[in-house]
Design a protein around this ligand. Structure first.
Ligand SMILES: N[C@@H](CCC(=O)N[C@@H](CS)C(=O)NCC(=O)O)C(=O)O
Length: 329
């Protein structure tokens, strides 16, 4: 675990002392957008045209942020259009690596041994965290983006004219609502579990856990009224919630001490999670071995012996009871 400082790797844990025991996630630094014609997107520079075979995605199967991008690659049928590499689930002193293990897919671009080498290839003097996901441009030999929220927006539509499967998970008419609920779910749930789990002060932990479960309680009520977060149509907001919920009972409940209730104690949220898990192509993106191995082995300040628990037993294939899939435009 560490980061790059002026192009040099430094092995260092998160500095919560600088923020009164709170975990503060740093902003992603590569913020360009792939667009159908190469015009610039909402941030960064232009020149990243959507073309089959031009881009490569580096992910961890353990990471909920990287998982979003793998899900969108699957939903949009981009497997043959965008290649993928998978890091080893154990994030050790040198950060993410490609050390061989079941499920790891090596780096075909520069044969990197560690993910930080991919960042250095793009920017030799890079300073900052070395995170997954990373979207790489093989033509310009650089990183397009390392911000999952923006990568899934690109995958949602940029490749639609060059072979992507139809389906719009962020339709213009719902965008403002999607952005609003995403921001709330990010703060209280997606990042909320991390803020609870990485807190190093008791009252900070208690505050974050209370906010997390308040948010889950409210979503449980919402999903008892409607099929998906924004009504009867599945959207990006559901997928962003899913990657946290699918990990909840296996890691956040125990490892991050988010244990007021289990996900499986919430009939609607648990049904919603099973429905999304059973969506075509999605189960193949969920790897509970990588998920559990990563969290329980990579955070020695939280779990010093690195023992990975055997349970819990979870049946994501059980009937979800939430009706028939709703057609997309
Ligand atoms: N803003 C980023 C956050 C990604 C992120 O924090 N990924 C974690 C894994 S779950 C990571 O790679 N952490 C390594 C580190 O912080 O050193 C995104 O959503 O793409």
């Amino acid at each position: 675990m560490g980061l790059l400082v002026d192009g040099e790797w430094v092995d260092r844990w998160y500095d919560t002392a600088a923020s009164a025991g709170r975990f503060v996630r740093s902003e992603a630094q590569f913020r360009n957008w792939i667009t159908p014609d190469g015009r610039p997107g909402p941030s960064g520079e232009g020149g990243f045209v959507a073309q089959p075979g031009r881009y490569h995605l580096y992910v961890s199967l353990a990471c909920p942020w990287a998982h979003r991008t793998l899900i969108f690659r699957a939903l949009k049928g981009l497997e043959a259009i965008i290649g993928v590499s998978v890091v080893n689930p154990h994030m050790a002193g040198n950060g993410w690596s490609f050390a061989p293990a079941p499920g790891v897919i090596a780096d075909p671009v520069g044969q990197a041994r560690h993910l930080y080498e991919v960042y250095l290839r793009a920017q030799p003097g890079y300073s900052g965290r070395v995170t997954v996901p990373v979207l790489w441009d093989l033509e310009r030999d650089t990183i397009v983006s390392n911000e999952s929220a923006e990568i899934i927006r690109m995958l949602n539509s940029a490749f639609d004219d060059v072979g992507a499967r139809p389906g719009d998970y962020a339709p213009a008419a719902l965008l403002a609502q999607i952005d609003a609920i995403n921001s709330h779910v990010y703060d209280t749930i997606n990042n909320g579990v991390y803020k609870a789990g990485f807190a190093t002060e008791q009252q900070v932990y208690e505050h974050e856990v209370a906010a997390l479960f308040d948010a889950l309680d409210a979503l449980e009520a919402r999903l008892s009224e409607q099929r998906y977060l924004l009504g009867e149509r599945i959207t990006e907001a559901d997928w962003r919630l899913f990657t946290t919920l699918v990990r909840f009972d296996a890691v956040y409940y125990g490892h991050f001490k988010c244990n007021l209730r289990r996900l499986s104690d919430y009939p609607q949220l648990w049904g919603h999670t099973r429905e999304l898990y059973q969506w075509p192509g999605v189960a193949a993106t969920v790897d509970l071995d990588h998920i559990k191995t990563h969290y329980y082995r990579s955070h020695p300040t939280i779990n010093p012996n690195g023992i990975v628990p055997a349970g819990p037993v979870l049946d994501f294939d059980a009937p979800h009871g939430r009706g028939h899939p709703v057609a997309l435009d």
